[in-house]
Design a protein around this ligand. Structure first.
Ligand code: ADP
Length: 358
């Protein structure tokens, strides 16, 4: 097992820098998910850790050893990719045994490991099959089996579930998490899917344009996003936002919106000052609908029932908002609903810098 430290890691392709000084300490046994939009540098960072991409600058330590220039096979890493890269002409058993055979291990040494991995991954009854006779999920499990038998100190997963259908993705997510709980290995997992990040990670690293926006435990990031980027990236439907200017009102600060409507802020943070341009954020599930008007109201434009909950869409201060209710509501498009924004769930951000006001 291995702790991983990245200090000031950057990556340049020719004149273009795509990763800008990443500092990240991953504990031994930790499951860390790198998440961010396409092109933000997740895979590049992962490939630098794996040794598949040269590191332009900074230090990479794996298990206490500087690994910048170590060859991939010297890093004691197993990687699982989006494409399973199985050998089509080899059985499941031989696919999993491929690595140990290449390393000239005796079959008496690797056979028990393969059998244990197959049992753990529910592949026991498929060992004689060829990959083409397996479902997508089973193939992905074979790819994981291949990674597991190496007994690596570090597992790297690069979007391993992207090719699977939605239902299988949810199932494999649970399986990978269970696998980690059994093996207690260090995992770095790359995805653009914030739900995968939220559900699997011990800690999430949110990346944007080659930089880290925030690092933290999933619910800490969800509850206290450090900036507008993280606030809008995590959560589905996304957090609602509206811009305004802080003015003083009778009961404390008030956010005055472009259309001159006002939202009272009974618990504004200390750094929120009159005159500041601020963006208010609140998650759809934290907004309550009221029987009687209480300041903010929204004309409902679209009603989306999902079964478990209902999403109501409309506009506040010119921005589209979503309100999620768990009750089956009889609200129809065109109706105006009064909203309560509980003070403890309101997030305020400096509109210009995007930073959270505390
Ligand atoms: P992600 O995995 O987050 O989608 P990548 O790490 O694949 O992002 O890419 C990060 C940035 O680096 C992108 O802007 C991409 O175009 C650029 N990039 C990736 N590989 C190369 C390359 N071989 N040459 C030049 N630019 C590259």
């Amino acid at each position: 097992m291995a702790a991983v430290q990245l200090s000031g890691i950057f990556k340049r392709y020719g004149d273009t820098q795509v990763v800008h000084g990443i500092d990240l300490n991953i504990d031994d046994g930790e499951f860390v998910v790198l998440v961010g939009p396409s092109g933000c540098g997740k895979s590049t960072l992962m490939r630098m850790v794996a040794g598949l991409e040269e590191i332009s600058g900074g230090d990479l330590m794996i298990g206490g050893t500087r690994a910048n220039t170590l060859a991939p096979q010297q890093r004691n890493i197993s990687m699982v990719f989006q494409s399973y890269a199985l050998y089509p002409h080899l059985s499941v058993y031989e696919n999993i045994a491929f690595g140990p055979r290449i390393r000239k291990e005796s079959s008496s040494s690797f056979k028990p490991r393969i059998e244990a991995a197959a049992k753990m991954l529910n592949l026991g009854s498929y060992l004689d099959r060829l990959p083409r006779a397996l479902s997508g999920g089973q193939r992905q499990r074979v790819a994981m089996g291949r990674a597991v038998v190496r007994e690596p100190s570090l597992f790297l997963f690069d979007e391993p579930l992207s090719n699977l259908d939605a239902k299988l993705r949810v199932q494999m997510r649970t399986e990978i998490k269970a696998l980690h709980q059994r093996l207690k290995n260090t995992v770095i997992y790359v995805t653009h899917d914030q739900i995968e990040a939220m559900t699997m990670a011990d800690r999430i690293v949110v990346m944007n344009a080659g930089r880290i926006e925030q690092i933290g435990r999933p619910l800490d990031l969800y509850d206290r996003p450090a900036n507008l980027f993280v606030a809008s990236f995590l959560g589905s439907p996304s957090m609602n936002f509206v811009e305004g200017v802080l003015v003083s009102g009778a009961g404390g600060l008030v956010l005055k919106l472009a259309d001159s409507s006002e939202i009272a802020l009974s618990q504004a943070p200390a750094s929120a000052k009159t005159g500041a341009k601020v963006t208010l954020g609140i998650r759809p599930e934290h907004i309550e609908t009221l029987a009687s008007p209480d300041g903010v109201s929204m004309e409902v434009e679209v009603v989306e029932p999902t079964g478990a909950e209902t999403h109501l869409y409309g506009k506040i201060g010119g921005s589209t908002w979503c309100v999620t209710t768990r009750q089956r509501s009889a609200i129809e498009p065109g109706q105006r609903v009064a909203l309560r924004l509980p003070a403890g769930h309101i997030h305020l951000f400096d509109t210009e810098s995007g930073r959270r006001l505390d």
